[in-house]
Design a protein around this ligand. Structure first.
Ligand SMILES: *Cc1c(COP(=O)(O)O)cnc(C)c1O
Length: 411
C-alpha cells in the first residue's frame, strides 16, 4: 500500500470556520424567526460584483479565443508580458520602486502562492509567523513537514510565534532569536493593523542581519488610506535583498472567484545551499513555474490588466470606498457600545476587544443570539486572538447599516 503524507495528520481539523458554521446552523434550526434576519460579518470574502472594466475585458478576451485569427493556446508560464509590465509599472515603478517586469510572476492567487513558494525553500528553515495569523501561512508549513506536532492551544512545535497585541499596536517586533523565514501581512488580516515605515525598516534590518527572508503579504495594500504607510515592502531600502511580496486582485478587484494574484521575486534575493553556496531564488522560482504550471487563463489576465485602466482604477477605488465606508460605520458602532475597536482605517477588518473579559467564543455566541450577527472569534486565528473578535466590512451598505443599528442595542 502507498504511503500518505503524514504531515497532514498534524493539522488541526480546520477548526475555525467549520465550528462557526456548526454554531450558526444550530442557532438557525432552534430559532427559525431570528434566523431570517441573520447577517454574516464573518467571512473574508467580497460581496460586490466585479468592476465593469474587468468584465468587458474578459468578454473581449473570450471572443478572441473563439476566432482563428486571434486564438491563443498556452501562454507564458510566468504570466503574459502585458500583465507583468502593467503591474510592475503601476504598482511599483510609478511609485519609485525598482521592480522589473520579469520580477512579477502571475498566479491564481496569494493563498496559492503561499503554498507554492515553499517548493523553492529548504526544509531546514526556521519559520516565524504573527499571532494572530492568517492560517494559510502555518498550515502550508505543517503540510510541508516544517513543524512538529500541534499543542493544546493549536500552536505548533517548531514555529516561532510573534505576538501581536494592543501593546505593540498589533505590529510585532523582530524576535531576539534567529528565524530564516518570516511571514508579515500588512494591512493585516485579522487585526486590520498597518506597519509604519519605521517598523518595516526594523524588519528589513533584522532580515539582513539574520540573512532571513520576509514573505510580505500585501493582499490589502489597496485599502491603505494614510499616505505615509508603505504599500509595499519594497518601499523600504534593502528589501530587494531580503523580501518576497505577495499580492492579489481578490480584495481590490473582487477577484476572489475569478482567481488572480502575483508574487514579486527580486533577482537580488539570495538563499543558501546546505554547503554554503549563495544562489538567486529567482532562477528556482522561474523554473518552478515553467515546470509545474501554465499561469492563469488568458481572459483572467486581461481582466486583471483592465483593473489598471483609468476606468478600472476608478471602479476599484469605488469598491474600496464602499467597503471602507462600511468599515467606518462598523468601527464606530462597535466603539459606541463601549468596546475597544482597532483596525478598519487602512483595512476592511475591525478587531474588537471583548467586553467584561468574555472569551472570543462567548462573545460570538452572544452576538449571534442577541442581535443575530455572525462575527469571527479572534481565538480562531491564534492564542493572542483570545479575547477579541473580528468584524468584516465585506458586505452591502444596507447590511452594514443594519449591523450598526443592531450593535447599538447590544449590551
Ligand atoms: C484574502 C487574502 C489573500 C488573498 O487570497 P487569494 O488566494 O489571492 O484570493 C491573501 N492573504 C490574506 C491574508 C488574505 O486575507
Amino acid at each position: 500500500m502507498a504511503y500518505l503524507n503524514e504531515n497532514y495528520l498534524k493539522l488541526q481539523a480546520g477548526y475555525l470556520f467549520p465550528e462557526i458554521a456548526r454554531r450558526v446552523r444550530e442557532f438557525c434550526e432552534a430559532n427559525p424567526e431570528p434566523a431570517k434576519r441573520l447577517i454574516r460579518c464573518g467571512i473574508g470574502d467580497v460581496t460586490e460584483p466585479l468592476p465593469p472594466a474587468a468584465i468587458e475585458a474578459m468578454k473581449r478576451a473570450v471572443d478572441e479565443l473563439g476566432k482563428r485569427e486571434t486564438f491563443r493556446g498556452y501562454g507564458p508560464e510566468q504570466g503574459y508580458e502585458f500583465l507583468r509590465s502593467t503591474i510592475a509599472q503601476h504598482d511599483y515603478r510609478d511609485r519609485n520602486i525598482d521592480i522589473a517586469d520579469d520580477e512579477i510572476f502571475v498566479s491564481d492567487g496569494s493563498k496559492c502562492d503561499c503554498g507554492y513558494i515553499l517548493d523553492i525553500l529548504g526544509d531546514q528553515n526556521r519559520v516565524a509567523v504573527p499571532d494572530p495569523v492568517y492560517p494559510v501561512y502555518v498550515d502550508t508549513n505543517v503540510m510541508a513537514g516544517h513543524t512538529g506536532l500541534a499543542r493544546k492551544d493549536g500552536s505548533y512545535e517548531g514555529i516561532i510565534y510573534l505576538p501581536c497585541t494592543a501593546e505593540n499596536n498589533f505590529v510585532p517586533e523582530p524576535p531576539k532569536e534567529h528565524a530564516d523565514l518570516v511571514y508579515l501581512c500588512f494591512p493585516n488580516n485579522p487585526t486590520g493593523a498597518v506597519a509604519s515605515r519605521e517598523k518595516l525598516s526594523r524588519w528589513v534590518e533584522y532580515a539582513r542581519a539574520h540573512e532571513a527572508i520576509l514573505l510580505f503579504d500585501a493582499a490589502y495594500a489597496a485599502y491603505i488610506s494614510q499616505p505615509e504607510i508603505p504599500r509595499s515592502i519594497f518601499e523600504i531600502s534593502g528589501a530587494r535583498e531580503c523580501a518576497i511580496e505577495l499580492r492579489s486582485f481578490s480584495k481590490n478587484g473582487g477577484f476572489t472567484g475569478v482567481r488572480c494574484g502575483f508574487t514579486v521575486m527580486p533577482k537580488s534575493l539570495l538563499a543558501r545551499t546546505e554547503n554554503g553556496q549563495r544562489l538567486s531564488l529567482y532562477q528556482l522560482w522561474h523554473r518552478r513555474w515553467s515546470t509545474k504550471a501554465n499561469s492563469v487563463s488568458y481572459p483572467v489576465q486581461r481582466g486583471a490588466e483592465a483593473l489598471y485602466t483609468p476606468q478600472g482604477r476608478e471602479q476599484v477605488d469605488a469598491l474600496i470606498d464602499h467597503y471602507m465606508g462600511n468599515a467606518k460605520i462598523l468601527r464606530e458602532a462597535a466603539a459606541e457600545t463601549g468596546m475597544e475597536a482597532f483596525g478598519g482605517v487602512n483595512a476592511p477588518y475591525i478587531w474588537v476587544k471583548t467586553p467584561n473579559g468574555l472569551t472570543s467564543w462567548e462573545i460570538f455566541d452572544r452576538i449571534l443570539r442577541d442581535i443575530n450577527v455572525v462575527v469571527t472569534p479572534g481565538s480562531g486565528f491564534g492564542a493572542q486572538g483570545e479575547g477579541y473578535f473580528r468584524i468584516s466590512a465585506f458586505n452591502s451598505r444596507e447590511n452594514a447599516e443594519e449591523v450598526e443599528w443592531r450593535l447599538k442595542s447590544f449590551r
